[in-house]
Design a protein around this ligand. Sequence first.
Ligand code: ZN
Ligand code: ZN
Length: 258
Amino acid sequence: MYIDSHCHLDFPQLRERLPQILARMDDNAVAEALCVSVNLDAWPELMALVESEPRLWASVGVHPDYEDVAEPTVQDLVERVRRHDRIVAIGETGLDYYRLEGDLEWQRERFRVHIRAARETGLPLIIHTRSASEDTLRIMAEEGAAEVGGVMHCFTESQAVADAAIAMNFMISLSGIVTFKNAKDLHALAANLPLDSLLIETDSPYLAPVPFRGKTNEPGFVRHVAEHIATLRGCTPEDIGKATSANFRRLFARAVRA
Ligand SMILES: [Zn+2]
Ligand SMILES: [Zn+2]
């Protein structure tokens, strides 16, 4: 059984097709999926989707690429967590110096707010970092992110960044990028990561793995991510599924039903 640790099923490409998406998860032994929040304006709809389907979990947070949206406060994030027991993480948050330019102090401040909310609720963080690993790790350290841990999602950074994140109680989540032929550094990283720090994700609707590259991605395709990692590590896809699902439940401890 596989778990997709990061998807966006509320995005327009996917939300109209939920029954087919759930059926395709079944066909591929994908038991559950974590629907990650990017924007509080859209968040009530995300929660309605997750609360309609027991195989789905949610997070709460505002993505670093969303510039002209209401800024979350620590208190707002904490209250949302307290109102909904299907929220298992804070995020996605982090830094993105690739997509946006100029003075991004607001992005760093927003990131700090999320880390404070995570510490107050005890929930782990979902961190997005692009062309900003140095500042990301620095702010994680300054704000004490290690206390709650979390995941570095859709990871494409170096082994040194992975090591630093793991040392702060973070897991590394690999997406369909690991199936791309030219992602040589990521292949080496996938082969070397400690198995108890590994998660798998689709980041649907983006980044569909081979053999669906360029198409709309969906959680059922996470099996291909696991299969590719298994080939790189010389183990079976079942080994990867078992380990990453156990890691998911250990990290997102709220995502375990009584
Ligand atoms: Zn992201
Ligand atoms: Zn995402």
